[in-house]
Design a protein around this ligand. Structure first.
Ligand SMILES: [Zn+2]
Ligand SMILES: [Zn+2]
Length: 275
């Protein structure tokens, strides 16, 4: 879709000249309504912001829930969903030091300002500015959008500090992290934005799995498999996968489960199984 991208030079009030980008995005207009692929304008990044060209993006269940409008308080339209992606930095705003144009990055929906009481705490990373917040729909710095419908220049809301169902997006620099594009294929990198960090972090940080321990993982979806990976990496001796889908046994073994329980074929509660 690259042929649909155009650059428009814009002079800003502060005297700097940068370019708005016209590109395509998938825009949500209402609960459960099909996303509309349409032309949008993406503002240049402001101070401490980064504009990214999205290379790959994946769909998470959180996107699905927001698209369906399951939680009415979180509804906001039109909106660009998506929070798992890999991309390349196209330009950076004033003050950005951590990344530069041409760097490969993944977006982080749970960013860290590095300065608030929570970021400085050793007990939590629930940043008060950039922590996960599905209610937030505008940029932190000025409370405005960076996306506009080309047709009528109406603003389009952001999602989870990221909004990746678009060819270009703007994020705060606290919500991007540089990656080495040679480590794994870029098309697989979006999973690092959400399910892998969620699952591995649950085993590594929250449960703090110790070598030789026994771990049970209920539900072997992408997050569950990542928990298995985290437990395996921390040296768990026994990793019990629990899932009602028998096909998860084969995949589970690939990720490191040592035992598998399918509650549907049990004649006793899961916690009474002894082997
Ligand atoms: Zn997710
Ligand atoms: Zn913070």
């Amino acid at each position: 879709m690259d042929e649909s991208i155009t650059l428009t030079s814009t002079t800003h009030a502060n005297g700097t000249t940068s370019e708005a980008i016209t590109c395509k995005a998938a825009v949500a207009y209402g609960p459960g309504e099909p996303l509309v692929i349409e032309e949008i304008t993406v503002d240049p990044p402001k101070e401490m912001e980064v504009r990214i060209k999205i290379l790959f993006t994946s769909v998470c269940h959180s996107d699905l829930g927001t698209w369906l409008g399951t939680n009415e308080a979180q509804r906001a339209y039109p909106r660009i969903l998506g929070h798992e992606a890999s991309g390349i930095v196209e330009s950076v705003g004033k003050g950005v030091r951590d990344v530069k144009a041409g760097d490969y990055v993944i977006p982080i929906f749970h960013g860290e300002c590095g300065e608030c009481i929570f970021c400085r705490s050793e007990s939590t990373n629930m940043c008060e500015k950039f922590g996960i917040n599905p209610m937030k729909r505008v940029m932190e710095s000025d409370g405005k959008c960076r996306f506009w419908r080309s047709e009528d220049h109406k603003p389009i809301f952001h999602y989870l500090n990221t909004s990746t169902f678009t060819q270009y997006t703007v994020l705060h620099s606290a919500c991007v992290v540089k990656i080495d594009p040679h480590l794994i294929p870029l098309k697989n990198m979006p999973l690092l934005s959400c399910c892998i960090t969620t699952g591995v972090g649950a085993a590594w940080n929250t449960a703090n799995v110790k070598p030789g321990s026994t771990v049970a993982v209920f539900g072997l979806g992408s997050v569950g498999f990542a928990v298995v990976e985290g437990a395996r990496a921390r040296g768990a001796a026994k990793i019990i996968g629990v899932d009602i889908n028998p096909d998860k046994l084969t995949k589970g073994l690939m990720f490191g489960i040592t035992n598998f329980i399918n509650p549907k074929i049990l004649d006793m509660p899961v916690h009474e199984v002894t082997n």
